[in-house]
Design a protein. Structure first.
Length: 210
């Protein structure tokens, strides 16, 4: 195949259902009529989309007791994961004409490290351009689930370091996503309702976009 593939990212606060929807879209896309002949659907995530990134994910989300990274180290570890992720997995797949579905990308950096932690958005943009060599998604879907509902979902599973940051932090992250979703290349998806209902909304947005 001589054409570039497509890059779709699912974003949202923890507990919004990204992983469930990623799997559903992975199963639907091959029969959607959107993929050209020979194209595959590649699913991945950040952090942890490569073996190197998986090791970084453990450091970020489940660090040794008493050894949580400071905010600066946290940011740079996420960016190191992205650099490896893009170079090893995303860019080669797109160059081969495949469609890539990713659970998180630069939007999460802006929401969590920018709006949540307070790092300047301009700095995060510059660091992203360096780490990802300027690669941007073709479409980003924001799964919009009210913070109270997302936090209720999290109570039913083991939580990582970021998920236990507290309501004030997660509230800043949520409103960060809300602002980002108003920008170009983003579409808001109502994430409330049964998984099949939400999947239908995601499909509608993808079909309309492409």
């Amino acid at each position: 195949m001589s054409h570039r593939g497509r890059f779709i990212v699912l974003e949202g606060i923890d507990g919004c259902g990204k992983t469930t929807q990623l799997e559903a879209l992975r199963d639907w896309l091959p029969d959607s009529g959107l993929l050209p002949p020979g194209a595959k659907v590649i699913t991945t995530r950040e952090p942890g989309g490569t073996p190197f990134g998986h090791a970084l994910r453990d450091l970020l989300l489940h660090p040794p007791a008493g050894q949580s990274p400071c905010w600066g180290a946290e940011l740079l570890l996420y960016l190191a994961d992205r650099a490896q992720h893009v170079a090893e997995r995303v860019a080669p797949s797109l160059a081969a004409g495949h469609w890539v579905l990713s659970d998180r990308y630069h939007g999460s950096t802006l929401a969590y490290q920018g709006h949540g932690r307070g790092h300047p958005l301009e700095l995060l943009g510059a660091l992203h351009r360096f780490a990802a060599n300027g690669l941007q998604p073709d479409l980003t879907l924001w799964l919009d689930v009210p913070l109270a509902e997302a936090m209720a979902r999290l109570r039913h599973r083991a939580q990582d370091r970021i998920e236990t940051e507290g309501e004030a932090f997660l509230s800043r992250v949520y409103y960060g996503f809300r602002r980002l979703a108003e920008g170009p290349g983003w579409r808001r998806v109502n994430g409330v309702g049964g998984p099949d209902l939400v999947t239908g909304r995601c499909k509608d947005q993808i079909l309309d976009w492409f």
